[in-house]
Ligand binder design. Structure first.
Ligand code: VAH
Length: 313
C-alpha cells in the first residue's frame, strides 16, 4: 500500500487523485497535518499525521501495512525565508524519519521531491546541467540540497530505494499555491479570469523553469515505476519542462483574454527568483527513464484557463 505525506498540498492533492485512480482508493492512504479538499477526504483513507513525529509516522506505516511512501510535505521558498528554523526542521526531520524507516526495512520505496531551488546565483543559468555548481541562497534550497546528499548517502550506505526529482515551478489550478516563488504563474490565471488584471511580484523578464502539474505527476509516477537498475541518479533528477518570463506568460494569456492587463511590482521573492536558473537540462531523465514532457506554454495556458472555468461551474 502507498502513503502520501502532505497529501493536501499542491502536488500531493493531484498525486493522491492519480495514484488512487491507478491503484484503487483503498490502497492509497492520504495524510497531512490538517484535512484537505472534500474530494480528497471522501475519495479514500485519510490520516491526520505530523510526519516530523517518528512514532506517529511509524504507527501509520504499520497500521496500514505501507510499503511505499511519497513524502510531499515541505515549507516552500517564500515562506521558508520568513521561518528559516521551522522550514529546516519540517523539511529535514520528515526526510530523516522516512529514510530511517526505509533503512530499517519498514518501507521498501520512497519518493522525495527536490527542486531547481538547489541551484544558486553561481550556477550556470541557461540549460542548467545535472551536475554543476550548487550554492543555494535560500533556506528552502539549502534544505533540498542537503536532502539530496542524504538520499544519495542512504542509498549507497544502506541500499535505501529513494527516488527524487528536482521539480521546476509547478502550475496547477486544483489547489491554492503554497508559498512558493513561482506561484505568480498560478495566481495570474485566477486574477486574469476574475478581474482581467494581475500585479506580478516578479519582474517582466524573470525567466524560470516551469511545468504543468499533469507532466510533473506523470514524471513522479513514471520514475517510481522505473526498474531500479535504470536509476543512475540517487540525489535527484533535473526535470526541465518549459521556461518563460511573466511577460511571455501575460502575452499568451492576452491571446485568450484580450482585455487582460499586467503590472510588475517585484517583492522579496524577486531575489529568490534571480538566484535560480532560467532553464534546465533534463537529459539524464530522458536517457535513464524515457522522460518527455507534454505541455508547452500554449497548451498549459489553455489547460489552466479551461480548468479554472470548469471548476467554477
Ligand atoms: C517554490 N514552487 O517556488 C516551489 C518550487 C522551483 C520552485 O520549488 O518554492
Amino acid at each position: 500500500k502507498t502513503l502520501i505525506i502532505g497529501a493536501c498540498g499542491q502536488i500531493g492533492t493531484e498525486l493522491t487523485e492519480k495514484l488512487r485512480a491507478e491503484k484503487g482508493k483503498e490502497n492509497v492512504i492520504a495524510s497531512d497535518i490538517r484535512e484537505g479538499s472534500k474530494l480528497l477526504m471522501k475519495s479514500g483513507p485519510f490520516e491526520i499525521l505530523d510526519a516530523t513525529n517518528y512514532d506517529a509516522l511509524e504507527d501509520v506505516i504499520v497500521h496500514y501495512n505501507i510499503d511505499e511512501v511519497y513524502l510531499m510535505a515541505a515549507m516552500l521558498s517564500g515562506t521558508a525565508e520568513k521561518f528559516p528554523m521551522k522550514a529546516w526542521d519540517l523539511n529535514m526531520t520528515t526526510l530523516f524519519n522516512a529514510l530511517n524507516l526505509a533503512k530499517d526495512g519498514k518501507i521498501s520505496k520512497l519518493f522525495w521531491p527536490s527542486s531547481i531551488a538547489v541551484f544558486g546565483p553561481t550556477t550556470p543559468k541557461e540549460n542548467t546541467p545535472q551536475q554543476t555548481i550548487m550554492e543555494p541562497s535560500t533556506v528552502y534550497g539549502i534544505s533540498k540540497q542537503t536532502g539530496e546528499r542524504w538520499c544519495e548517502y542512504y542509498h549507497k550506505r544502506y541500499g535505501v530505494d529513494v527516488r527524487s526529482i528536482r521539480y521546476p515551478g509547478l502550475i496547477s489550478y486544483k489547489t491554492a499555491p503554497g508559498g512558493g516563488t513561482t506561484d505568480y504563474a498560478i495566481e495570474i490565471f485566477h486574477d486574469a479570469l476574475k478581474e482581467s488584471y494581475y500585479q506580478s511580484f516578479l519582474s517582466q523578464e524573470t525567466a524560470l523553469p516551469m511545468m504543468y502539474m499533469d507532466d510533473a505527476i506523470k514524471a513522479t509516477i513514471q520514475l517510481m515505476k522505473t526498474d531500479h537498475t535504470k536509476i543512475k541518479i540517487r540525489s535527484s533528477y533535473n526535470l526541465g519542462g518549459i521556461s518563460f518570463t511573466p511577460k511571455e506568460l501575460a502575452k499568451a494569456i492576452n491571446k485568450r483574454i484580450p482585455q487582460f492587463e499586467i503590472d510588475y511590482e517585484p517583492d522579496f521573492r524577486q531575489a529568490i527568483a534571480d538566484s535560480w536558473p532560467s532553464s534546465i537540462d533534463d537529459t539524464n531523465a530522458q536517457e535513464d527513464w524515457d522522460w518527455k514532457h507534454e505541455f508547452d506554454l500554449e497548451t498549459m495556458v489553455d489547460a489552466m484557463i479551461e480548468g479554472i472555468k470548469a471548476a467554477k461551474k
